[in-house]
Design a protein around this ligand. Structure first.
Ligand SMILES: C=CC1=C(C)c2cc3[nH]c(cc4nc(cc5[nH]c(cc1n2)c(C)c5CCC(=O)O)C(CCC(=O)O)=C4C)c(C)c3C=C
Ligand SMILES: [Fe+2]
Ligand SMILES: [Fe+2]
Length: 365
């Protein structure tokens, strides 16, 4: 049984405000082994991410992975680090600011927009606490993953629920479950490709690379693989480009088990060996550029493609702060806020007034 904490005094009563919490995966605080260690420990201790029984996984994680991976990953992070911090954090923060600006004119000024990271900081429990302290009793959670996966979206849902186990007065919670086929998101992706092609001409192949997951999760019913293919099909349909020159691949394999296939890097190497001169690679499953796109795709995969005989490798950036994408995101948010947008905001003073009126009318307590 959870130990309840007392509620902050000013959220007693019926005061109500609405909040949107954007959530992304998370990232280390610095590109150093010391900062990577706690981040990777939290990430890889999540049973939604690694489904191996704890008794088997614990010694591997603590004895091997956390002694070797932090330094290797830190060097990779250092190669993409921005002045303001990790790219994933920088883009997520900018997106939150833009969403706030784009929603401002249409909504009551009382809507709170916040962002959190599933692993690292600012954490989901800390941000939910902050929203509660501001009197938010309606919270829309927006995981920034277009495709649903147990290891990402469901893990955010777990953490939201876990964060509130010690609350007494729970808010109303809504989730954006996924938006893999949202027309605004698909159009923004297609338009980003068209703009690239207007400047650079068309490639021999377009590769859409998604983050992988263990193949076993597909067999057990995780919808992620199907949602990735749906996104890819919808983007392909909007491009004036032969379908047989578009490939869908999966990147970032972790561990020894089989992951979703075909794998991105071996596919690019095979294309290079077959004599394909130019590939364009995009990563529609990431709405923000991050280590997995900037280092693994734009650096490692580029090198592998060229090394195996390819001539031109173009990386098409993620949606990041594109205007059409922020419009799509605010549309998704607006649709999920639904009737919350029209509910009046009630302040503690209004609640007190309503109560004293009811008492004056003879209501009994
Ligand atoms: C976009 C969706 C993602 C899915 C699905 C996903 C599954 C998944 N990831 C790992 C292990 C790692 N992923 C790492 C980085 C990382 N992963 C995603 C997104 C998804 N992961 C992003 C956006 C990032 C980049 C974070 C950043 O700071 O830029 C890492 C850490 C980096 C490293 O050391 O390589 C690990 C580890 C598993 C095991 C998994 C599914 C089971
Ligand atoms: Fe990952
Ligand atoms: Fe990676």
């Amino acid at each position: 049984m959870a130990r309840y904490r007392p509620e902050p005094a000013h959220v007693h009563g019926t005061a109500s405000r609405t909040a949107v919490l954007l959530v992304n995966l998370g990232t280390p605080a610095a590109p150093t082994a010391a900062a990577l260690r706690p981040y990777l420990k939290q990430f890889l201790s999540d049973p939604r991410v690694v489904e191996i029984p704890r008794l088997l996984w614990w010694p591997i994680l603590n004895g091997i992975i956390l002694n070797t991976r932090p330094a290797k990953s830190a060097a990779k992070y250092a190669s993409v680090w921005m002045d303001e911090g990790s790219p994933l954090k920088v883009h997520t923060e900018r997106q939150a600011k833009l969403v706030k600006g784009y929603l401002h004119d249409a909504l009551s000024a009382d809507l709170e927009i916040a962002w959190a990271m599933r692993y690292g900081a600012p954490s989901i429990p800390d941000q939910l606490d902050a929203l509660r302290a501001k009197g938010c009793t309606r919270i829309l959670i927006v995981p920034l993953y277009p495709q649903f996966a147990g290891s990402t979206t469901a893990s955010v849902m777990d953490e939201v629920t876990r964060s509130m186990q010690c609350w007494r007065n729970l808010p109303e919670i809504r989730y954006v479950r996924s938006f893999q086929d949202h027309p605004g998101y698909i159009d923004a992706l297609a338009q980003s490709v068209r703009e690239h092609w207007m400047r650079e001409g068309q490639p021999d192949r377009l590769v859409m690379s998604f983050h992988g997951v263990p193949r076993r999760t597909l067999e057990l019913g995780d919808p992620y693989h199907c949602e990735c293919h749906k996104t890819a099909r919808l983007v392909a349909e909007r491009l004036d480009f032969p379908a047989e020159r578009i490939l869908v691949t999966f990147q970032s394999r972790f561990g020894k088990a089989e992951w979703l296939q075909p794998y991105t890097q071996p596919t690019l190497e095979a294309l290079a060996r077959e004599g394909v001169g130019r590939v364009d690679v995009m990563c529609p499953g990431f709405v923000s550029d991050c280590l997995e796109t900037l280092e693994e795709i734009a650096m490692e995969c580029r090198e592998a493609f060229i090394h195996h005989g390819g001539k031109h490798f173009h990386y098409i950036p993620c949606l990041n702060e594109r205007h059409d994408w922020i419009v799509a995101l605010t549309t998704i948010i607006r649709d999920h806020l639904g009737n919350w947008l029209t509910l009046p905001t009630e302040t503690p003073e209004q609640t007190a007034l309503a109560r004293s009126r009811a008492l004056a009318l003879g209501a009994r307590q």
